[in-house]
Each structure stands twice: as structure tokens, then as C-alpha cells.
Design a protein around this ligand. Structure first.
Ligand SMILES: C[S@@+](CC[C@H](N)C(=O)[O-])C[C@H]1O[C@@H](n2cnc3c(N)ncnc32)[C@H](O)[C@@H]1O
Length: 257
């Protein structure tokens, strides 16, 4: 793959930067400049203008998502795993995402859904969807594999969306909007469907749990994913002093019949 225009992490021991290799240009860090023309392959190590060594490599999803420029608040990577399990996502899933936002979850789904899947992503904001599309193609262009290439972006208010207008049945609905229960005002589910909502506040959780129960969803689960990292070094083995606290609750359920 061409080196020019590739997305990379430029990393010292203390800091990581996200950048794009651009022929003839340089990248300025707190520890000197890196000349992009010195990068001949990836991964590699380059000395900056102040003599500091930087490692340059292709970002992971987590690095990209946490370092990218974004609009609305993203679903934090630790919560993505839990959402995928609750939504029973597999390579052939037919997925409706409500709340494209910055495209963080959209991007992960796009990277795991196969060519036989279906993927719709809905948002009221054209601006957010435009930015999300750019983010997704920027990240996926870094890989040569086949990804789902026909995400259907629907630009509408959830309250105007009618699931019956879609010519197939979704397997999973994933929401990251403040009022997901609005979905049930216009839509009646009567076949197998996994539902997962990401919600920051418990008052929203309670309203949604009621809506899922009223619509005959079963196996309703309300969860928080708490990730606690540890330091293991020589004689030291203890949890780190800082951690990401509350991000969001996931509320999931399944309509069976
Ligand atoms: C927090 S963001 C979603 C972030 C996204 N899950 C991510 O990981 O990047 C919420 C999005 O929901 C959209 N939204 C809010 N209310 C909506 C509604 N009633 N109908 C459709 N979209 C809505 C907003 O425009 C915003 O882009």
C-alpha cells in the first residue's frame, strides 16, 4: 500500500498524535518536527528535529476514535463491545443505527459487517452525517480488505421514521439518541428483533425500559460497563489511580414473538 496519505499514529513515550502522511510536509510535535518524507515503510521509527525518537504506525480503532476530530459525544470503545453482544451482531446482521453522530459506532459496525449484511444509519443532522461519512472513509481507506460499502444514511427525525418503509426486516436496532422511545410512537414490532440503546442518564433508562416492556420485549437488561486498568511493573501490581467513570448505560431487549 502507498505510504502517502496513510493515516498514522506518531507516538513518543508520553504522547500520541493522529496524522496523515503528506509528501513534502512535516508534522510538528511538542518534541520537534517529523519530516514525512523520511517515512519509507510502516511501522517505523523516526528521529525528530530535536533528537527524540517517535514510533510511527497504523492506528487501532480505539486510537483513531479517541484521537479523531469529532462532533457529538461518541460511544466510548469499552461500551462498543457490550453493545455488539447485546445486539447479537454478526457478519450477516441487518442493522438499523439511530443516531449516526460522529460515526464512532457506525465505523466499527462498518468494519465488521460483511457484504451480505444491511446497514442503515439515521440522524436528524445532515452536518453530523456528512462528518461521520468522512471519518468512516478516512479510516477504512487505510485497509485494503472488503468492507460493507453501502451504508444507507437516512437523514430524518426519528419521530418521522417508519420501519415498514424498509424492504426487509432488521435483526437489530441500536440507538444513541436522547429519546429512543419515540420510535414506538410510529412503529410496531412484531418479529424477531434485538434492541440496544446507549443512554447517559438513568431517567432516560427508566423511560425506555417501560417502552420496551409495553412493546412486549423480553430479556430486558440494563448495564454499565466498568473498565479498571491495572499497573503491573516489578513489585507493583495495583489498579491505576485514574479511570474512565460513567459513560453510558446500555439497555437491551429482544422481541421474540
Ligand atoms: C451522541 S450522538 C451519537 C454518537 C454516535 N453514536 C457515535 O458513536 O459517534 C447523537 C446523535 O443523535 C442525533 N439525534 C438526536 N435526536 C434525534 C432525533 N430525534 N432523530 C434523529 N437523530 C437524532 C443527533 O443529531 C446526534 O448526531
Amino acid at each position: 500500500m502507498e505510504i502517502d496519505n496513510r493515516l498514522v499514529i506518531i507516538s513518543s513515550e508520553s504522547k500520541k498524535y493522529l496524522s496523515v502522511i503528506t509528501k513534502g510536509k512535516e508534522f510538528i510535535t511538542n518534541d520537534g518536527k517529523i519530516e514525512f518524507d523520511k517515512i519509507k515503510s510502516l511501522p517505523t521509527q523516526i528521529e525528530s528535529s530535536t533528537g527524540k525518537i517517535f514510533t510511527i504506525y497504523v492506528p487501532s480503532y480505539k486510537e483513531f476514535i479517541l484521537l479523531m476530530k469529532r462532533g457529538p459525544q461518541i460511544i466510548y470503545p469499552k461500551d462498543v463491545g457490550s453493545i455488539l453482544i447485546s445486539g447479537n451482531i454478526n457478519a450477516n446482521s441487518k442493522v438499523l443505527e439511530i443516531g449516526t453522530g460522529s460515526g464512532a459506532l457506525t465505523l466499527f459496525l462498518a468494519s465488521i459487517l460483511g457484504t451480505n449484511s444491511k446497514f442503515y444509519s439515521l440522524d436528524i443532522s445532515k452536518k453530523n452525517q456528512y462528518r461521520a461519512k468522512k471519518t468512516i472513509s478516512r479510516y477504512l481507506s487505510n485497509y485494503s480488505s472488503d468492507f460493507i460499502n453501502d451504508i444507507q444514511f437516512i437523514n430524518t427525525d426519528l419521530s418521522d421514521f417508519k420501519i415498514d418503509t424498509v424492504p426487509f426486516k432488521f435483526d437489530t436496532v441500536i440507538t444513541d439518541v436522547p429519546e429512543p422511545w419515540v420510535f414506538f410512537e410510529n412503529n410496531h414490532i412484531n418479529s424477531n428483533l434485538y434492541w440496544v440503546s446507549y443512554l447517559p442518564s438513568i431517567s432516560q433508562v427508566s423511560k425506555l425500559a417501560d417502552a420496551l416492556q409495553d412493546n412486549s420485549f423480553k430479556d430486558i437488561e440494563i448495564k454499565e460497563t466498568i473498565e479498571r486498568e491495572w499497573t503491573i511493573r516489578g513489585n507493583i501490581s495495583r489498579p491505576k489511580h485514574t479511570m474512565v467513570g460513567h459513560t453510558g448505560f446500555t439497555v437491551s431487549g429482544r422481541y421474540i414473538l
